[in-house]
Design a protein around this ligand. Structure first.
Ligand SMILES: Cc1cc2nc3c(=O)[nH]c(=O)nc-3n(C[C@H](O)[C@H](O)[C@H](O)COP(=O)(O)OP(=O)(O)OC[C@H]3O[C@@H](n4cnc5c(N)ncnc54)[C@H](O)[C@@H]3O)c2cc1C
Length: 485
């Protein structure tokens, strides 16, 4: 595709961008801009090239489309007025939090308004008695988790992007993270939502109750809807008591397939740990170059294992996992001695993506997921696919969830490198589906994985998605081109 331009993304690693052939960039009519300014104030409507450029892209490489304008509302009432007007005028609206998604889900392919929720930052309530918190859309995941931790409470979803990603962005993508195996993902913690329909009505789904089966479960439907059905303005989440102790260990293996077998062994032994993450040799070396954590550069793979709970339960679970890893053939097992060492190990996993992004101008990360027992097979398939397409591929991921992040790095000036990377990922998705898995475990579909969605869902489900979309958004203005559009 034409129009490539190298830029540093706001998430800190280099991306190259491609202009999508679409209505993107078409100017917003002056009377509409006047209405928007009267709703949110002139300072919160951005129209100049310099101001809107950062919103033409997100953390996904290779995608770019200029919005007509960017609007930053501060209240639910403002969101409602904007959406009502957009529906009246048929103007596309792309909701956006921090723009940290990796699926091109906030690329305004059809131009129009990018609606940024980051001014809605009220942490309204944290209740230890009810074990819940209520936040506005733009509160970051880390702000919520840290505020809960200060009160001895755990907000369990833990995406690697937690310091920047917003809670509503997590809900809209149903973000996962490093604690998925034991604690689940964002959807398991969303009790209720306040959301604005594209036609302007404000709805409240769910609420403060753990049990509530009145009507269709719209909370669950909006969770993971990628900004295509409604704009989320407030989120009520479930909390847990903070575990007394958390500890981490690391086991090194000759190959990622061996590490995958250790994952199966751990689960077979009846342990469901908080953390089971792995990195292949290329990731280990990229992370070591980047963060200098003292990892074993010669190992084919490392498996991070960790658990939380009472001191005795954690001790038991970690020593069981260590002996399972040794039994499966680990070349070395080390336990973190204290919180600082545990944090350093988790850093190794969290910085995998930025570390790999230093290897080449483009870093394409994917999100194929398979049933856990098929993990070793999937890892072998990915290796074979990389060789077949002659691409440099590193793999890391949430091993305990069967959620792999094969990551291809390349220089776009290197002939048909991009084409080879895309062909390799197409084969990776086919392999995942063949093994009973999916094209995305947590990063979402967006524009990036739209071509593969029907392979996963089939034609009948795709048609149902479109009918659901039309019921919520009759004018088709909300994040058009994504999911059910
Ligand atoms: C370094 C790094 C590590 C990451 N690690 C993980 C990880 O471990 N697990 C994981 O799942 N993801 C991860 N991600 C991806 C990303 O952070 C998540 O998808 C996150 O949930 C996006 O939140 P955001 O606020 O940036 O949303 P955005 O990127 O701004 O938006 C994402 C989607 O949500 C929609 N949206 C945003 N706000 C609203 C709203 N208020 N109402 C309706 N729709 C809305 C948008 O239209 C878009 O479709 C990572 C990303 C990076 C860069």
């Amino acid at each position: 595709m034409p129009g490539q331009l190298a830029t540093p993304s706001h998430t800190g690693y280099a991306v190259r961008t491609t202009t999508l052939p679409s209505a993107a960039g078409r100017p917003i009519p002056p009377d509409v801009l006047d209405r928007l300014r009267s709703i949110v104030g002139g300072d919160h409507v951005l129209v100049t090239d310099g101001d809107v450029e950062p919103f033409a892209r997100d953390a996904t490489p290779l995608f770019r489309a200029r919005p007509g304008c960017v609007v930053l509302p501060a209240t639910t009432g403002e969101v409602s007025a904007i959406l009502r007007m957009a529906t009246e005028h048929g103007i596309p609206v792309t909701p956006r939090g921090a723009g940290s998604n990796l699926a091109a889900a906030t690329i305004p392919e059809h131009g129009g308004i990018v609606l940024v929720l980051t001014r809605m930052t009220a942490l309204k309530e944290i209740s230890g008695d009810e074990l819940l918190a209520v936040v506005e859309a733009g509160v970051t995941t880390a702000e919520l988790a840290d505020a809960c931790a200060a009160k001895g409470l755990l907000y369990a979803p833990d995406p690697g992007s937690r310091t920047v990603s917003t809670v509503a962005g997590n809900v809209a993508m149903c973000a996962g993270g490093l604690r998925g195996l034991k604690y689940g993902v964002t959807r398991n913690y969303v009790l209720g939502l306040e959301a604005v329909l594209p036609t302007g009505e404000v709805i409240r789904t769910g609420g403060r109750l753990w049990k509530d089966v009145a009507g269709y479960d719209l909370t669950r439907l909006l969770t993971g809807s990628e900004g295509t059905l409604a704009v989320i303005t407030e989120v009520t989440v479930a909390l847990l008591p903070m575990p007394a102790v958390a500890r981490t260990g690391v086991a090194y293996f000759d190959s990622l397939a061996d590490a995958s077998r250790a994952v199966a062994g751990v689960i077979h032994d009846g342990i469901v740990p908080a953390t089971l993450e792995f990195l292949d040799n290329r990731c280990i070396n990229a992370v070591e170059d980047f963060a200098k954590l003292g990892l074993d550069r010669q190992a084919g793979a490392l498996l991070l294992f960790g658990d939380d709970g009472t001191a005795e339960a954690v001790e038991r679970s970690l020593s069981l996992m260590a002996s399972t890893c040794e039994r499966i053939g680990a070349r070395g097992v080390t336990m973190a001695r204290d919180i600082a060492e545990s944090d350093a190990l988790l850093t190794a996993r969290r910085c995998s993506l930025p570390a790999l992004a230093r290897l080449a101008p483009i870093t394409m990360l994917e999100d194929a997921t398979v049933p856990r027992p098929r993990l070793a097979e999937m890892v072998d398939r990915i290796d074979a696919i990389a060789v077949r397409h002659n691409v440099v591929c590193a793999t890391f991921g949430h091993a305990g969830d069967g959620n792999l992040h094969p990551t291809i790095v390349f220089d776009p000036d290197d002939g048909d490198a991009r084409h080879r990377a895309e062909a390799a990922f197409s084969d990776v998705f086919d392999a995942a589906i063949e093994l009973g898995g999916t094209i995305t475990g947590e990063h979402g579909v967006g524009a990036a994985k739209r071509p593969y969605l029907e392979r996963r869902l089939g034609a009948d489900q795709m048609a149902l998605l479109r009918r659901l979309k039309a019921a919520f958004d009759p004018a088709g203005i909300l994040n058009p081109g994504k999911l059910g559009s």
